[in-house]
Design a protein around this ligand. Structure first.
Ligand code: PLP
Length: 382
């Protein structure tokens, strides 16, 4: 199987898996216990905190361990909105945010908070100037660093500057960007940065929320003072250890991997353009993650295509969701103004650390073959 679905989840680094195995076997004590066994677990957590902090160039005490991206998005958006409640009860987020951010806004809506949306242009980019038009009771703005479907990278520094000028806090979901492009939190200007282990070679169920010193945050999980009162709950020691190792390796390799993946992706796109008539690459005119290609193959519905790809040994994914016999186009592509009939023919290919040049060549042949088959067997695209 050729695995081109690294944005969904990328393999755990062997070094992380080995360290997690040892932590599971040996670091059984509660890291909050004062005895020696407890303190050994504590030391492992604090080492991982340094490793994660180094990945995004922040101080270790700004790192709060979470269960991953979904929790991080909730903790940041809800926690920042609660902390700013005296100034307003509205958050804003871009139309292309991950479901986790939409979900966090739904939680806020249940307690009377309002939400505003920032649209995107044809290439999937948020216009920083749109921040100036947000209603004055907006206290928190959430814009992701890189989109999970298209890989499009947002002009975060300009967005954060526009938000700061209006006294708004900025939540940045960096789940897809972390480990794929170099990140310096201070260059982005975000107050809260969200990271997930399983997107960068660590385990599922472990992640981090980076909280800028002094940025007000009301804890979502309460009842105990873990993580300096910012996230209650006994720490997932093996998960945190695995996340730490993955973060350290990613930091070390990001520059080289970035260049290697970009060359592979460019080759893959060139092959697709040469062998599949009518292919459209979404967000091609914007800065993008080096590993992500989101392409529509007109007249070949993505659910049919994914099956044909899978049976030929290529794993990819679609933003479109199957709904009662038909397909619903990806909200991300719709927000970019992609027509419905094109959006339901989109497939995301995401390359990663294990991807080879040979796989790229073979994958392009498989795609061309699958598109031909689907186009020849499929009736009108609906
Ligand atoms: N944010 C983005 C951009 C993602 O791509 C994902 C996962 O697909 C998440 C958040 C959720 O992360 P997790 O799976 O760790 O909950």
């Amino acid at each position: 199987m050729i695995y081109f679905d690294h944005n969904a989840s990328t393999p755990v680094r062997p070094e992380a898996a080995a360290a997690m195995g040892s932590a599971l076997a040996e670091l059984h004590a509660n890291p909050s216990s004062s005895h020696r066994d407890g303190q050994r677990a504590r030391v492992a957590i604090e080492h991982a905190r340094e490793q994660v902090a180094a990945l995004v160039h922040v101080r270790a005490d700004e790192v709060v361990f979470t269960s991953g991206g979904t929790e991080g998005d909730h903790a940041a958006l809800i926690g920042a909105a609660w902390a700013a409640e005296p100034r307003g009860r509205r958050v804003a987020f871009s139309a292309i945010e991950h479901h986790a951010v939409h979900g966090a806004a739904e939680v806020l809506a249940r307690t009377g908070f309002a939400a505003s949306h920032l649209g995107v242009g044809r290439e999937g980019l948020v216009d920083p100037a749109a921040v100036a038009a947000l209603p004055p009771d907006t206290t928190v703005v959430a814009v992701m660093l890189a989109n999970n479907e298209t890989g499009v990278i947002q002009p975060l520094a300009a967005i954060a500057a526009a938000a700061a000028a209006r006294g708004m806090r900025v939540v940045c979901d960096a789940v897809q960007a972390a480990g794929k492009i170099p990140i310096r939190r201070d260059d982005l200007g975000a107050d809260f940065l969200v990271i997930s282990g399983h997107k960068l070679g660590g385990p599922k169920g472990a992640g981090a929320l980076i909280v800028r010193r002094g940025a007000p945050l009301a804890a979502l999980f309460r009842g105990s003072a873990h993580e300096r009162g910012r996230r209650g709950g006994t720490e997932n020691v093996p998960g945190i250890v695995g996340l730490g190792i993955a973060a350290e390796l990613a930091a070390r390799e990001v520059a080289g991997e970035n260049a290697r993946l970009l060359a592979l992706r460019e080759r893959f796109e060139a092959l697709l353009r040469a062998s599949v008539p009518g292919v459209v690459v979404h967000g091609a005119g914007a800065p993008r993650l080096p590993n992500t290609v989101n392409a529509s193959f007109p007249s070949a519905r993505s659910d049919h295509l994914l099956l044909a790809l899978d049976s030929r040994g290529l794993a990819a994914s679609a933003g479109a969701a199957c709904a009662s016999g038909g397909v619903e186009p990806s909200p991300v592509l719709r927000a970019m103004g992609v027509p419905r009939e094109l959006a339901i023919c989109a497939v995301r290919f995401s390359l990663g650390r294990t991807t080879t040049a040979d796989e790229v060549e073979r994958a392009a042949v498989i795609v061309a073959d699958a598109v031909r088959l689907v186009r020849s067997t499929q009736g009108a695209v609906t």
